[in-house]
Design a protein around this ligand. Sequence first.
Ligand code: BES
Ligand code: MN
Ligand code: ZN
Length: 494
Amino acid sequence: MDFITRVAAPEAVKADCIAVGIYADGELTAQARSLDAAAKGALRAAVKSGDATGKKGSCAMLRQLPGVTVPRVLLVGLGKRQEYGDKAFLEAVAVAVKGAGTAVKELALAATDWAPAGRDSQWVARQLVLAAREAVFRADELKSSKDDAPSAVERVVLLLTGRDAAADQGLAQGNAIANGVELAKRLGNLPPNVCTPSFLAEEAKKLGRSHKLAVEVLERRKLEALKMGSFLSVAKGSAEPPKLIVMKYEGAKAKGAAPIVLVGKGITFDSGGISIKPSAAMDEMKFDMCGAASVFGALRAAAEMKLPLNLVGIVPACENLPSGSASKPGDIVTSMSGQTIEVLNTDAEGRLILCDALTYAERFKPAAVVDIATLTGACVVALGDVNSGLFSPDDALADELLAAAKNAVDWAWRLPVQEDYQEQLKSNFADMANIGLPGKAGAVIGACFLHRFAKAYPWAHLDIAGTAWKGGEKKGATGRPVPLLAQFLMQRAG
Ligand code: BES
Ligand code: MN
Ligand code: ZN
């Protein structure tokens, strides 16, 4: 699907269809009004007759209107004006793309008219691309006969009333970010027998070649030499070798500029290990590498936007499986930082691989480190699938990420990382345990554990356990939080 801007009057634009917005009370947006004037009241008549309601999620197709050169006019319901906002904008775009029918290849959208309060044309263009590509995404890579396309639209035209370079820029940003989102979804959706640590390492090398990233993959021997005893303890139950994937993007004007480091949890399958999980929906633990996938996606988006900053992606990747060589509850491991950890529950493995990656990150002298992980079921209990959990002891960094989340409509909600919780991690035998007390702030405890390894730089942690994928009938990776991360990087790049 490609995207362009075009300057034209709505009644004269060259396209197979034009989509204009109407609110639930029947109020027409500006371009709908000018179409209505050209078509001698045909749009208002459709509202009056009840053919078009303006209700959120609805649309009505009108054909061959007098005074209008484009053969179809799609009236897209924006819902109630008082309730209209960023999310409603995205939904309206999806409705337009899916509602265009089987004959529309080129769809013009009068979408600057639909801009939510405070959003400029660049935002509209960027989010338009993301919403449209989201609407038509399919995960049928491994199906022998492909799913039906949800839309025949091949080209989306953002209709403008005058030349607007910011809108063109927005389309380019939207395409870059959507490429990142789709990469994250694809990696997330692939089955765990295909998407292994070695597969992720190969994908990183491919991304390196196509997007000029320097990629290095550290093998078990190197991880041993680095004394990553915590990471290695998780990997040792599996026959699949662990990989530490390091990807570098250098876009900063000043060569040695301190990088942003993104660290992504790459558990390609989480059975729980010896502390094995119940079997219901265990297949969904293939999504336990969605943090890693979001790092791939964010790097891809940043590289395609040629952001002027330096960026490092670090992905510790392994499987968490039970076997004769697996970690046992009670084992004590020594992390790369030298701190010892009593593994009271082998299912709290994400923090065990991330802590060594966070220590490894120190060597890049980062401007900031953000880790992204499907870390805790407790975060799903706290925030559901709406907000990712955001944890940071650094107010400025937290505010930056929250602003990015809002702008990208990829929401996050801040939860505490507070010293007072640390006592839950006390161990009688090691520097810390890897779990706290059952039923007590599990998502916070996960963050507090990581904080012990992230003292050398400004740091934030995103728990995406509830947001990285959907279960049930719509099972699949969401690509979140790539939009949030991309927006954060754009803000950092200025
Ligand atoms: N990958 C899981 C977290 C998870 C669970 C994400 C369910 C999404 C849905 C993680 O490795 C895990 O198992 N965490 C444990 C931690 C506990 C043992 C302290 C959890 O949340 O139960
Ligand atoms: Mn686990
Ligand atoms: Zn896990």
